[in-house]
Design a protein around this ligand. Sequence first.
Ligand code: GTP
Ligand code: MG
Length: 233
Amino acid sequence: MQQETESAQLTFEDLSVVMGTYNEEESIGVVLEDIERVTDGDAEIICVDGSSDRTPEIAREHGATVIEQKPQGYGVAVREAVLSANRPVVVTTDCDDTYPMEALGDFLSLINEGYDVVSGDRLYHGAEKMPAFNRFGNAAFALLASGLMGERVHDTTTGMRAYRREVVQQIKWTENTGLSAELLIRPLMRGYNVRERPITYRERRGETKLDPIEGGLAIAKSIVKVCLQERLR
Ligand SMILES: Nc1nc2c(ncn2[C@@H]2O[C@H](COP(=O)(O)OP(=O)(O)OP(=O)(O)O)[C@@H](O)[C@H]2O)c(=O)[nH]1
Ligand SMILES: [Mg+2]
């Protein structure tokens, strides 16, 4: 059992929810409403935005902080987003309505239990709404990373995780499309307390920003590179 610590328990007021947003006007409103509802409007929301549609206006209407950035890929946006967080716990998500914001309370509870990183595992419940090619690829990435790390993980490419802010601040991030895998692998291989938590996964609203083949290759390369770098550190 985890010893009760003297430090106060973190609440939604200690939470920053951050995301890259790129032409997601179909979904951004729903996602931000979900976050507001679940956290009672207490969480900070940061969108790093490269859109040419109404996404940033909608985000601002919902009280989010919008950082403008020309579109350069997932990882460039999400790195800026996690490093811009002002609160002690940082949660990443996509803004395509695939991730269950209802799980934010549980993610926070696990951080309060002492975990440094809580990673949403989409594959545990089967991820039926994920295209089959992506599902197969994501399972294969997890196996590849597990083999290279020597520790079994089940979903390395999930976009929904909670981190203690020190973790994202203390590590130098190098990957773009592979950033999601990097954000799990480096903390794990440095001995941080990482835990996977099953989550449901919904069908994407709007169009994907990822080319499955090109993106998949980039992710596989990132996994091999990051695991080798961490082994040789
Ligand atoms: N600012 C910014 N955001 C981006 C960029 N590329 C992707 N995003 C955002 O990053 C998140 C992840 O992109 P997705 O297209 O959902 O990628 P994915 O989840 O791997 O693919 P799907 O399974 O199709 O959803 C989304 O919220 C995008 O809007 C970019 O170049 N700039
Ligand atoms: Mg997505």
